[in-house]
Design a protein around this ligand. Structure first.
Ligand SMILES: [Zn+2]
Length: 447
């Protein structure tokens, strides 16, 4: 990081107003390839970056499904680059249930209100504000920083991060690590002495998302003449076995580190050698244990069933869809066990498969994020965690990038918290945004 002659100074907005400005683009992703506003917001962001002297590109599979990518050249081209990614799309709203219009970007009562305020136009705003500030102060990062503001995260990413990683991998040449959605924000927890502590969890892992179709076949015929070779019965038997299966505990490196480090910092014992020990360790952590509960094992949840078209006809085929989530490092065992449970009753195929993500919770990257948080909150407890679901990190991981969920927010002095992600009255505290941007800038200026 070096200061040189200041370049163009943009008429930069404060981070809260920038977040509000981004919210005013209705970028609703309706799923199944239908979305709005991604082009308009991409042009707006590209314009901001351009007026700070950067060279953004608008890219995507079609003019509407637009993402913005910019590379900020670092002082030392031999250092591996860092990617910062944030999605620009948002989930739909049920506007009649909101107490404010969801796309007006209202700043009131210490909050920025609106769809995307916390998922994740906040991070997009903090990132833009930071690089605008660099431009104004003539600061150049030590290593290349690649910015990606991407479409389509709220569906499957096929028109956003997935497309970029598959079709434009050269944009990420030399990128060794990435920061993006989820992680780096404080939650209040209670330690063994009953004192309130602040726990900041950075995502270093994500379970795999494996959506699976299982199919059974049998003899079709008249409903009045049952036969023993029934597709419906076979499917129900196989689905039942999978739904009732109790998956064994499988602690990934991240989840083990989460349980060990949180327990140590809060003064609780960690017993991780047996299932009962793991469950007790989670229980002792109280609310801090919740984040680990769904990531210590796989889950296989039947969500859709289909068979038959008429009540008096025995169908020859029956299908179920399963939402399967798998801890890092357990994928092969999981597939083998599912095959055993299906037996001869059904076959399986993946409808979609996004592999798990795991980056080292002991890397220099992680330590730099931890140091940035501690620099602004000396009493912070910083731990790695595994996400139960997924983010665009799944798309960038196959490029050999170590992905971290780090979109830091700070504390609000009056206890305002993020509210309404994917729900009603989504909002983020102005103070949290301002403090979060400081943490982000400290991290970026340290690596
Ligand atoms: Zn999101």
């Amino acid at each position: 990081m070096r200061e040189s002659a200041p370049s163009i100074t943009a008429n930069a907005l404060p981070v809260d107003e920038l977040c509000a400005a981004l919210i005013r683009f209705d970028t609703t992703n309706h799923g199944d390839g239908v979305s709005a506003g991604e082009r308009e917001i991409a042009e707006y962001i590209a314009g901001l970056l351009q007026s700070s002297g950067y060279e953004p590109q608008i890219v995507g599979p079609s003019p509407e499904r637009a993402s913005v990518v910019a590379r900020i050249p670092g002082e030392d081209p031999t250092l591996p680059a860092l990617l910062i990614h944030a999605h620009t799309d948002v989930v739909p709203v049920e506007a009649d249930q909101w107490s404010v219009p969801p796309f007006e970007g209202i700043i009131r009562d210490g909050y920025v209100w609106g769809r995307g305020a916390a998922d994740m136009k906040d991070m997009a705003a903090m990132t833009i504000a930071t690089v605008q500030d660099w431009a104004a102060r003539g600061i150049r990062p030590r290593r290349d920083i690649v910015l990606a503001f991407v479409a389509d995260e709220e569906d499957r990413g096929d028109h956003g991060a997935g497309w970029l990683a598959r079709q434009r991998p050269e944009l990420f040449t030399g990128v060794a690590a990435a920061i993006g959605e989820s992680g780096g924000s404080p939650s209040l927890v209670t330690d063994a002495q009953g004192r309130e502590r602040r726990l900041y969890a950075i995502a270093t892992a994500e379970r795999a998302t494996m959506h699976m179709r299982i199919s059974s076949t049998g003899r079709s015929g008249h409903g009045s003449r049952p036969n023993s070779d029934s597709a419906v019965r076979r499917l129900l038997d196989a689905t039942q076995r999978i739904a009732q299966h109790r998956w064994p505990i499988h602690l990934s490196t991240t989840v083990r580190a989460y349980l060990e480090r949180s327990s140590a910092a809060l003064g609780f014992p960690a017993e991780l050698d047996t299932e009962q020990g793991v469950l007790s360790t989670i229980d002792r952590l109280g609310p801090a244990g919740t984040v680990a509960r769904f990531t210590v094992r796989a889950s296989t949840t039947p969500t859709m069933l289909s068979a038959g078209g008429k009540v008096n006809v025995i169908p020859g085929r029956a299908e179920a869809l399963l939402d399967v989530r798998c801890p890092p490092g357990y994928e092969q065992q999981l597939e083998e066990e599912i095959d055993r449970l299906l037996g001869d009753d059904a076959t399986r195929e993946f409808v979609s498969l996004a592999h798990s993500v795991e980056s080292s919770p002991d890397s220099d990257w992680f330590r730099a994020m931890e140091a940035a948080i501690v620099a602004h909150d000396p009493e912070a407890i910083v731990v790695p965690f595994c996400m139960g679901g997924g983010t665009d990190a799944k798309a960038f991981t196959p490029l050999g990038i170590s992905c971290y969920g780090f979109a830091p927010l700070g504390l609000d002095s009056e206890g305002r918290e993020v509210h309404g992600v994917h729900g009603v009255d989504e909002r983020v505290a102005v103070e949290s945004l301002i403090a979060g941007q400081r943490v982000l800038a400290t991290f970026l200026e340290s690596v």
